[in-house]
Design a protein around this ligand. Structure first.
Ligand code: PLP
Ligand code: COI
Length: 338
């Protein structure tokens, strides 16, 4: 049972809940997702998930709405992306129905951990898929297990919506140009640590450039990049970045505002022509960028101390849908009876 959680003190760290939900796949057959209080797994020491990093994950949120209803945002998109990631590592993709059933069960069994509306905190789900069969030969294995780990997380901007500084990275790559960057593979995050920790030590977040030429913007730490140039919404086209569900949603909302939406290679120097810039992802929705420092060129691109008007509008528009404060005209939220 929930101990007294101070919802206002939560941040983006793990807080244990009562149950995780699990479903194993053996010989191509998925078991019905079930809830368990056991937070540990027994894994064969030679499992390819451990040996060769055959592992992928997801991240999505449930919101308690202004109307008291509970909504999960674009869950099927996360299910589809996990399936693509699994296929990318030659794992067995969990069917969308198994993934969604596991999320709904994880929500219902941990409903006491869904933060109240007013707090801005949410219940985050971390579904992880790991290859479980033993093998030492460097080869993929098909048996795997899906585990949904719920955890309440705090409002990303507990005070006010604010800007963050970024530093351009050209010497450490997050993912290879045609490698696993487009999949949500744990190894991509491990390989980003050197760069992100070095950036943090200097007071920045990390802006990765494309690993082939280091001329184009790839991703902002673990988030997609967005630039606003006049009436244009710009976001990178790259074979190495994760197709962000938040970015996809914001592009739809930007088009609705009459903006031109362009996905193309974006040179770092083009930051000078942009009025607003941000990182976007499930955790933050939009995290506005105040400035970008390019240490190789010794240039700083400034976007101002305060979030710009277009990104602020898009941020509120998406949050209004997630919290049920406006019509969900694209059917992005599933209302879950709890
Ligand atoms: N890029 C990376 C590398 C990420 O880890 C994430 C977070 O999931 C995103 C982008 C944003 O994706 P989404 O909006 O689906 O959360
Ligand atoms: C996000 O959800 O926006 C992320 O950046 C995911 C990250 C914590 C792995």
């Amino acid at each position: 049972m929930k101990q007294n959680i101070d919802w206002n003190k939560l941040s983006f760290h793990y807080t244990e809940t009562d149950y995780v939900v699990r479903s194993a796949c053996r010989d191509g057959v998925w078991e019905k997702p079930y809830a368990t209080e056991d937070k540990t797994i027994t894994l064969h020491v030679a499992a390819t998930g451990l040996q060769y990093g055959q592992q992928v994950f997801e991240g999505l949120k449930a919101f308690r709405g202004a109307d008291g209803q509970v909504r999960v945002f674009r869950m099927e998109e996360n299910a589809r992306r996990m399936a693509r990631s699994a296929e990318g590592l030659l794992m067995t993709p969990p069917p969308v129905e198994v993934f969604c059933e596991a999320i709904r069960l994880a929500l219902r069994k941990n409903i006491d951990f869904l933060p109240p509306y007013e707090t801005g905190a949410t219940l985050y789900f971390r579904p992880v898929l790991i290859a479980t069969a033993p093998e030492i030969a460097v080869a993929p294995e098909k048996d795997c297990e899906l585990i949904v780990i719920p955890t309440p997380i705090g409002a990303y901007f507990p005070g006010k919506f604010h800007c963050t500084p970024f530093v351009v990275e050209r010497h450490i790559d997050r993912a290879a140009a045609f490698g696993t960057g487009q999949f949500k593979v744990g190894g991509n995050y491990a390989s980003s640590f050197r760069a992100t920790e070095a950036a943090h030590a200097k007071g920045f977040d990390c802006m990765f450039t494309d690993s082939k030429t280091h001329r184009y913007i790839d991703e902002c730490s673990a988030a997609n990049f967005i630039g606003i140039k006049g009436n244009e919404y710009l976001t990178p086209r790259s074979s190495a970045i994760l197709p962000s569900i938040t970015n996809d949603s914001l592009m739809t909302l930007a088009r609705e505002l009459g903006m031109k939406v362009t996905r193309r290679h974006i040179r770092v120097e083009e930051l000078a022509e942009m009025d607003e810039a941000a990182a976007c992802g499930t955790a933050c929705v939009i995290s506005p960028i105040g400035k970008v420092y390019d240490p190789d060129k010794e240039i700083t691109y400034h976007f101002g101390e305060k979030p710009g008007p277009i990104l602020t509008r898009l941020y509120h528009a998406l949050k209004d849908i997630q919290y049920g404060r406006c019509e969900d005209k694209y059917g992005w939220c599933e209302v879950i009876k709890v």
